[in-house]
Design a protein. Structure first.
Ligand SMILES: [Zn+2]
Length: 236
């Protein structure tokens, strides 16, 4: 991310309410200084091979994740969308086709996000206002559209660049170097094999003092769902 974009996002994060623009979660530990809460987020799925592996890894760790799904892939794999929600994870909108932001007009962007939102509603019976625009890029008009529709824009403050990882050596190298901080939002992609490996490695290294929560845990107003169906928090 360029320094200019970093500065703009940092400034917006300080000025806007967290439930409308989230770059990272709460930095206070909610009274439990021994437990660091991070949010593992997964973009570009669901993927028939890798999303189930990520879900299995999260379940084994007792962690929750947040999945920003592409509408056309969600339409191809509705059973995975349902599984994500049934297992207590947060779900969000990542456009319908993941069209290149610089070549996507605001009107098309609005249409894509509406279609995906309607599909998630229909498949899960819940309404999520979480949205992550493709590549995290928004024009002013797209931002205004999301703002007027009371969407919660969720970006990230930690990017392992899993799309560039080629093997377990590069995955392990990042996991070794990563020091979890309260409120970290980590960008991963469940269309790739490395996301599940990263979940497994982080759980092995940090399970006693870190837990991944869903973004719904930080932004409960972003979902209209009965409390009994919401994500279940786990102890460190
Ligand atoms: Zn994406």
């Amino acid at each position: 991310m360029s320094l200019g974009r970093q500065f703009i996002k940092g400034t917006m994060s300080r000025l806007l309410p967290r439930d409308r623009f989230l770059l990272h979660g709460p930095t206070s530990t909610n009274g439990d200084a021994t437990c660091v809460e991070i949010a593992l987020t997964f973009d570009d799925g669901p993927h028939p091979e890798w999303t189930p592996v990520v879900l299995d890894a999260l379940a084994k760790a007792g962690w929750k994740g947040t999945f920003f799904v592409i509408g056309e892939r969600a339409a191809e794999h509705p059973e995975l969308v349902k599984r994500i929600v049934e297992e207590g994870h947060a779900i969000g909108n990542h456009s319908y086709t993941h069209s290149e932001p610089s070549r996507t007009a605001a009107r098309q962007f609005a249409d894509e996000t509406r279609r995906t939102s309607e599909l998630i509603d229909r498949l899960t019976g819940t309404h999520s206002s979480l949205i992550r625009p493709p590549k995290g890029k928004l024009s002013l008009m797209k931002f205004v559209h999301l703002w007027q529709n009371e969407q919660s824009i969720v970006l990230w403050n930690v990017d392992p660049k899993d799309f560039a990882m080629t093997d377990d050596v590069s995955t392990d190298s990042w996991c070794d170097s990563y020091k979890p901080h309260q409120g970290d939002v980590i960008l991963l992609h469940d269309r790739l094999p490395h996301a599940a490996t990263i979940v497994q490695r982080l759980a092995q290294r940090h399970a006693d003092h870190v837990k991944s929560v869903s973004v719904f845990d930080w932004l409960p107003s972003a979902i209209s769902i009965s409390p009994s169906s919401n994500g279940v928090s786990t102890e460190c």
